[in-house]
Design a protein around this ligand. Structure first.
Ligand code: NI
Length: 190
């Protein structure tokens, strides 16, 4: 079922989500929630969606990038369902990249992200997941994990002057950002 995505200002977006008990992962409630997250993300052309964005207070998020029209420069990421994810930064380096969010309509802004991270959690079958994400894709994972702690990308901006509407981004910043992304992909592989 396609669910309504709550927008910035809605208290649900600011909730710190609860961990899912391992014994609950296979439940109909959690499995239906995961299906709804995937369907809602795809219908909105999102690169990811966290449960807090549909006002469900669980530590679950989904990520998928497949030639995304909202973010044509993003490297592809296969569909990934993360339950109770944890992130570990593997480098002191940071990249400063534009992000957008389905809960912050019509805006993009630059955020510092760690370009090499370890993600650990469970998949939708309750199996342990552990993988390294790099570059732009690492930023996408950090963005979704932030939602589970009630954070949106604007909270991470050190300088609000990079905030831009999507039209102004396309007109004034997208070309330069595409070049930056090409360099990040060259340096980090994704
Ligand atoms: Ni978001």
């Amino acid at each position: 079922m396609i669910r309504q995505i709550v927008q910035i200002g809605n208290p649900a977006l600011r909730q710190i989500a609860d961990a899912v008990k391992e014994s609950e992962v296979a439940s109909t409630e959690i499995q239906n929630l995961i299906d709804d997250l995937i369907e809602t993300m795809r219908s909105a052309n999102g690169a990811g969606l966290a449960a807090t964005q549909i006002a469900a207070p669980y530590r679950i998020c989904v990520i998928e990038v497949n030639k995304n029209p909202r973010y044509p420069y993003k490297p592809d990421i296969p569909l990934t369902v993360l339950i109770n994810p944890k992130v570990t930064f593997l480098t002191e380096e940071r990249i400063n990249v534009y992000e957008g969010c389905l809960s912050v309509p019509n805006l993009r802004g630059k955020v510092d992200r760690c370009p090499e991270i370890l993600i650990e959690g469970l998949d939708r079958d309750g199996q342990i997941l552990s993988f390294v994400a790099k570059g732009i894709s690492a930023g996408t994972f950090q963005h979704e994990l932030d939602h589970l702690d009630g954070l949106v990308f604007t909270d991470r901006m050190k300088d609000a002057s990079s905030l831009t509407t999507i039209d102004e981004f396309a007109a004034n910043h997208e070309e330069e950002f595409k070049q930056q992304v090409i360099n990040i992909v060259k340096n980090y592989g994704s």
